[in-house]
Design a protein around this ligand. Structure first.
Ligand code: NAD
Length: 299
């Protein structure tokens, strides 16, 4: 039986660990907030991250940002990281969305100790984590991915190998940057149509099957009342938070700077989401609330 160490049992990690338990894996779990460990029924509570990382076949982390991942694995302020406690036979899977540089730095530090690591950020949000339908976008060695596959399949429906260490993070960042641009552009076009007397539902139907068709129009319309069951039709509650989109756009800008790449659309989207958060207090709302920037009267 495969034993999995799991650190970071927040909105995503908690349900992911629960799905592993549901598929028969043994889970040794640790979070700084002990109540979150207790909430995962059937998980063995570890008393530290290092203890969750020892005597396990696979070790998964699901943490907020690059600094948390670096300090978990490599350590900080004279605190050793878990790499020093781990067996070379343990495979690391970091599912956090973080900057590719941190991901590569941790993978290199692991490799120095003979430990294999995959970066495997996810797409699919908290609903995907709960339903076990996440998409894993994986960077690292192909044979390590084959070892990880049964564990990832217990938590997700789609698994992609993007390339070497850090490639999973880059693919995820590129996708979310494009998503933000598509969402902002869709909200802008709908607002222009409505300002000029069009029904947003009629305009959406036209654009969906025309050359402006895109994912936001097809399944995630940002204009209230056009589509049932999407955040726009429930006051932008639930869904993918503006704060998380801002974080991912910040990672896109950082990544672009490192390679001297031009991302003017991504930079504009980052600024738009910043204004949305500041002027409309929308950080904890769904990212389709960007519609408010174009139609503040909808609030
Ligand atoms: P979260 O803040 O709910 O959970 C993070 C958990 O990590 C917290 O419970 C925190 O206590 C714990 N933690 C932090 N440092 C720790 C440490 N050193 N040791 C042990 N535990 C520690 O965040 P989340 O929403 O679960 O997101 C996790 C990651 O997944 C982020 O990188 C996020 O960008 C990414 N992500 C989130 C979503 C989403 O919809 N929430 C979707 C896709 C990807």
């Amino acid at each position: 039986m495969t034993t999995v160490g799991f650190v970071g049992l927040g909105n995503m990690g908690g349900p992911m660990a629960a799905n592993l338990l549901g598929k028969g894996f043994t889970v040794k779990a640790f979070d700084l907030v002990s109540d979150l460990v207790a909430a995962v029924e059937g998980a063995e509570a570890a008393d530290s991250a290092a203890s969750a990382a020892t005597e396990v076949d696979v070790f998964i982390s699901m943490l907020p940002a690059g600094q948390h991942v670096r300090s978990l694995y490599i350590g900080s302020n004279d605190q050793p990281g878990v790499l020093d406690a781990m067996s070379p036979d343990t495979l690391i899977i970091d599912c956090s969305t973080i900057d590719p540089a941190s991901s590569r730095a941790v993978a290199a530090a692991a490799a120095e100790r003979g430990i294999q690591m995959l970066d495997a950020p996810v797409s699919g949000g908290t609903a995907g984590a709960q339903n076990g339908t996440l998409t894993f976008i994986v960077g690292g060695a192909a044979e390590a991915l084959e070892t990880a596959r049964p564990v990832l399949e217990a938590m997700g429906a789609n698994i992609f190998h993007a390339g070497d260490a850090g490639a999973g993070q880059i693919a995820k960042i590129c996708n979310n940057m494009l998503l933000s641009v598509l969402m902002a552009g869709t909200a802008e076009a709908l607002a222009l149509g409505v300002d000029n007397g069009l029904d947003p539902a009629v305009l959406s139907d036209i654009m969906k099957v025309s050359s402006g068709g895109n994912w936001a129009l097809n399944v995630y319309n940002p204009y209230p009342g056009v589509m049932d069951g999407v955040p726009a039709s429930r006051g932008y509650e639930g869904g993918f938070l503006v704060d998380l989109m801002r974080k991912d756009l910040g990672l896109a800008l950082q990544t672009a700077q490192a390679t001297d790449s031009s991302v003017p659309m991504g930079a504009l989207a980052h600024n738009l989401y910043q204004v949305l958060r500041q002027n409309h207090n929308a950080g904890r709302l769904d990212f389709s609330s960007i519609q408010w920037l174009y139609k503040p009267d909808l609030k």
